[in-house]
Write a protein that binds this ligand. Structure first.
Ligand code: GAR
Length: 212
């Protein structure tokens, strides 16, 4: 994915935006050869928009259309057009709570990544940390993966574990997972920007490390 220049990121979110902030800080500190070109949210008062504006980033609310769990066709066109006009190389989902379909995926083949708060394929979908607690697992974590048309189902790029503690609540467990997310996501985006990640079918391989 790297051509020796700064990778232009289009970050999509629906929530508070802590992963976007971690990415923005890694870019600003030149820890990774990437820059955030645009931040888009499907929720008008999402914290991610405020955090982006506070950092001087271009940030916009784009209405998602009539569906609850995906973009409708007009919205999909608007998102793709905005990302293309911002000349985005990589679409980074950071708490974007809608499934991307057809034309969106075709517009950015192999160039959309997501972070999910569980060790996929366990606990896809909503409130993965609560699913982990309800299931009684002793270890959970987070996953960064390429996006396909399924729910949290694309090829896995990186995972890290987080122990589930006896006194965890949904909130404490999610916060500990998010601490790891904020470290892992910039690492993965940096590796993509440096061209250190390749795919063989569903297998994602990291060059020059013990990962993958
Ligand atoms: C993160 O924990 C992310 O893994 C999760 O939403 C949260 C967003 O937090 N994403 C999903 O559950 C996607 N299926 P943030 O807005 O603070 O980055």
């Amino acid at each position: 994915m790297s051509s020796g220049k700064f990778l232009r990121l289009g970050v999509l979110g629906s929530g508070k935006g802590s992963n976007m902030v971690a990415l923005a800080e890694a870019c600003a500190a030149r820890q990774i050869p990437a820059q955030i070109a645009v931040v888009l949210a499907d929720v008008p008062d999402a914290g991610i928009l405020k955090h982006a504006c506070d950092r001087g980033l271009t940030a916009e609310y784009l209405p998602p259309g009539k569906f609850r769990t995906k973009l409708d066709e007009d919205a999909e066109r608007a998102y793709v057009a905005r990302l293309q006009s911002a000349q985005v190389d990589l679409v980074v989902l950071a708490g974007f709570m809608r499934v991307l379909k057809g034309d969106f995926l075709r517009a950015f083949p192999g160039r959309i990544v997501n972070i999910h708060p569980s060790l996929l394929p366990a606990f896809p979908g909503l409130e993965a940390w609560k699913q982990a607690l309800d299931c009684g697992v002793k270890v959970t974590g987070c996953t960064v993966h390429f996006v396909d048309a399924g729910v949290d189902s694309g090829p896995i790029i990186a995972q890290e574990t987080v122990p589930v503690l006896a006194d965890d609540t949904p909130a404490t467990l999610h916060e500990r997972i998010q601490v790891v997310e904020r470290r892992l996501y910039p690492q993965v985006v940096g590796a993509l920007a440096e061209g250190r990640i390749s795919t063989r079918g569903r297998m994602v391989v990291w060059a020059g490390t013990s990962r993958g």
